[in-house]
Design a protein around this ligand. Structure first.
Ligand code: GLC
Ligand code: MG
Length: 506
């Protein structure tokens, strides 16, 4: 059994025979004389994301309730998303469209998406909510996630606001299904649309319980829409017809759509006593228009927005100063809007070159970990300056007795890992190589000790790989830039192990 003290009141136990398990032992800082009586055991398994629950209940309690709750959230949080994931109201709720808004299909490097990811995970994930709202069905949404370096949102709204799901496992909101079932008759929609030859059915995956979708040439769109409206009215069916991207025509229940889905969510948060402090909606095309008509939200139409959205804005929302047409494309436009409306910091860690220098007033472990991996990416892409100084500063933030457990199960000292890392300078130059962190959750577990847990992704010419990573680190009181990594523990996410294990350094 290995033991390591870290912080003034915590101790780390690891068992070589159980390589995937570590135990944390807390000593109460207010031990009242006899500290051993106040030992608190907080063991948890790191092996499998689906069994991240404590194996034993704490014997005695030396942690405050809120801290215990935060640790419990840290361990199980990313898996079982709940409306009350956050202690208080969300500081910022971003509700963003995906195609040509969050995701720039004209940028194979995904530069602005990666900038947004780093900003979100380092400074927003812990107290804010990320909502993706897309026209895609769950099937095409999952396909996009497998192609692009996208984060895991808290809430996913798919099929043009007709399906709302929570967390990574995408648990459906049954209440929303019931709302949409009112006054909807899919068969009438199919009967009437069959009479118009200008309508071409989209693929089977895009036909959903509350959404029927077609392609219509731009030139025919107006005529088709008014003819359809008349026909549905005659049949007594109140539906919503939305034209997007100059080609897609969606027919939904009148109460559906991206805007209505957002209104439903906001109402739910309000009823739970936690309406977001600020909400920013982001879009580029026709089906996003309704997002901008929800009261009190800020809105950004990205610079590359479609004519149909700009026209809607000119006709319906020109006077609304809470909506901007950004000067930047896609996710860069979202970052621009955060700054424009003063919704919080909008400098991504990817925006600075002297990345290891801390510029924050308070120690923020998520920020440090995100910066560490950007440095790692830049070193291997030969985008950082090749200097011994950088290797020295990396060593400096690794505790001399610190250990890294590689996802293969092999252990090395952290200093050894940095020595291995050095010669990898530029080994990914000219190749596909991107690194990003998802679902970064931090918890302070002692007066100077922190646990950071996240999914670490690498995109290489060999495919994409991911390890579930836990890092223990110590901060230095009064010195926000100073900290040391004590323990790094990684396990492969099932189905995403790297084929060449030596290529995965941290
Ligand atoms: C996405 C969907 C499609 C829909 C379009 C516009 O592309 O896959 O079905 O028509 O968004 O909402
Ligand atoms: Mg779009």
């Amino acid at each position: 059994m290995g033991t390591k003290e870290f912080g003034s009141n915590a101790c780390l136990y690891s068992f070589p025979s159980l390589p995937q398990t570590i135990f944390l032992l807390y000593l109460s800082p207010s031990g009242g004389g006899n500290q051993t009586k106040n030992l608190s055991f907080s063991p948890f398994s790191l092996a499998n994301p689906y069994t991240r629950n404590p194996i034993f209940k704490p014997r005695t309690t030396s942690l405050t309730l809120s801290r215990r709750r935060r640790i419990a959230n840290l361990i199980s949080g990313p898996l079982s998303w709940k409306m009350d994931r956050l202690d208080g109201p969300a500081r910022l709720m971003i509700v963003s469209d995906l195609d040509h808004t969050m995701v720039d299909h004209h940028d194979p490097e995904n530069t602005s998406l990666l900038r947004f990811n780093a900003l979100w995970e380092s400074l927003y994930r812990h107290d804010s909510l990320l909502v993706f709202s897309t026209g895609r069905s769950p099937t095409l949404y999952k396909q996009l996630r497998s192609e692009k370096p996208m984060l895991t949102p808290d809430i996913t709204i798919t099929s043009v606001g007709t399906e709302i799901t929570y967390g990574d496992s995408m648990v459906p909101d049954e209440g929303w299904v019931n709302v949409l079932n009112q006054k909807w008759d899919r068969n009438v929609v199919l009967e009437e649309t069959a009479k118009l030859p200008q309508l071409k059915f989209q693929s089977e995956t895009e036909q959903r319980p509350h959404k029927v979708s077609f392609y219509v040439e731009k030139g025919h769109a107006q005529d088709v829409i008014s003819s359809l409206s008349d026909r549905f009215e005659k049949r007594g069916l109140d539906v919503k017809i939305i034209y997007s991207g100059g080609i897609d025509l969606d027919i939904l229940p009148q109460g559906a759509g991206k805007g209505q889905a957002l209104a439903y969510l906001l109402k739910k948060f309000k009823e739970g006593g936690k309406p977001p402090i600020n909400t920013l909606v982001c879009g580029d095309s026709g089906n996003d228009a309704e997002l901008f008509s929800i009261p009190d939200v800020y809105g950004v139409m990205v610079s590359n927005a479609q004519e149909e959205l700009l026209q809607w804005h000119a006709e319906h929302a020109k006077e609304n100063t809470k909506i901007i047409h950004a000067s930047n494309r896609c996710a860069a436009g979202i970052i621009e809007a955060i700054g424009h409306f003063g919704l919080g910091p909008n400098t991504s860690p990817r925006d600075s070159s002297d990345i290891l220098v801390s510029k924050l007033d308070n120690f923020n472990p998520s920020h440090e970990v995100v910066k560490f991996y950007i440095t790692y990416e830049r070193w291997r892409r030969a985008e950082a300056e090749k200097s011994d100084l950088l290797i020295q500063s990396l060593k400096h933030i690794c505790h001399p007795t610190g250990i890294a457990v590689h996802p293969s199960g092999v252990e090395h000292s952290l200093h050894e890992c940095i020595d291995t890392f050095g010669p990898h300078y530029g080994d990914k130059q000219g190749k596909q190589f991107r690194v990003w962190l998802d679902r970064v959750f931090t918890s302070q577990i002692g007066s100077t000790s922190w646990l950071v847990k996240f999914d670490k992704w690498e995109l290489t010419d060999d495919g994409r790989h991911c390890s579930l990573t836990t890092i223990l680190l110590n901060s230095e009181p009064g010195n926000p830039g100073a900290f040391s990594l004590l323990h790094v523990h990684q396990t492969w996410l099932e189905g995403f192990a790297a084929r060449c294990q030596n290529d995965w350094i941290f």
